[in-house]
Design a protein around this ligand. Sequence first.
Ligand SMILES: C[S@@+](CC[C@H](N)C(=O)[O-])C[C@H]1O[C@@H](n2cnc3c(N)ncnc32)[C@H](O)[C@@H]1O
Length: 265
Amino acid sequence: MGDGRTVGEGFDLAAADYDELLRHNRDGAARLVAALPDGTYDDVLDVGCGTGFVTERMVERFGTRRVTGVDPSGGMLDVFRDKLAGLPVEATLVQGGVHDMDVPEGAFDAVVSGMAFHWFPDKPAAVASMARRLQPGGVLAILASGRGTDEEFRRVLEGVRPPVPPAWISVFDDIHRDSEELAGYMEDAGLEVVDAWDERRVRHQPPDAYLARIAAVASHLSADLEPAEAAAHGERVAAAVAAAAGPRGFRYSFVKLFGVGRRPA
Ligand SMILES: C[S@@+](CC[C@H](N)C(=O)[O-])C[C@H]1O[C@@H](n2cnc3c(N)ncnc32)[C@H](O)[C@@H]1O
């Protein structure tokens, strides 16, 4: 699998509806950017930039002048490109993944990454790759889905019969990390950890809306299944989520993982 290729293809399918389905990520981007230390961030690299939520906030808070956005999903980059007409920033969009991105080293005041790190295949290498792009004194800021996210959904999936594909369950441990792990990756990459923390929220959503978000971010996990098989699994999962829902909808945890580190000057 190429760096981010299959995940990126999944996001191609979601691109047109992403801003509506994943509107919580806009709030997350605002909080990530609010967590950066005061400073001058004229040159910014946004990794897993998607439709540009984090870049929009960097421009708003810091007046960022130049941004390089990297993402394997051409569909997400197309949505971002359309937005750029209304943003006072010079942008370069690069289709690629964090591990193989064609982006200069030692060149950026800040490297930011919103809600993409959990999809990066090799987390320590991804942090090292982003850290190398910083100028001395530059800041790396990461927001991701953290350990514990959607744990209620995982329990529902574990109870579905016949069983769902194993990857639908193993994905939780594969992708999620906590703040201590992220801080360790930053230290190993030669950064000073400014702050790293986890925020857990409990939310309720109508089952259909909940499953629409899951489908938007994780459709690549069905890419190798026959469409009829994927649909049959999907119907059983939808029935199980509906059965688990209460009067306020399906109850689920969402953990946001934040990390901010600085390259020594
Ligand atoms: C949930 S979206 C987040 C987009 C945006 N940063 C935001 O805050 O809304 C995750 C993005 O990560 C991208 N992605 C997946 N794998 C990647 C990789 N290996 N390297 C870089 N980006 C990747 C996806 O294509 C997708 O656009």
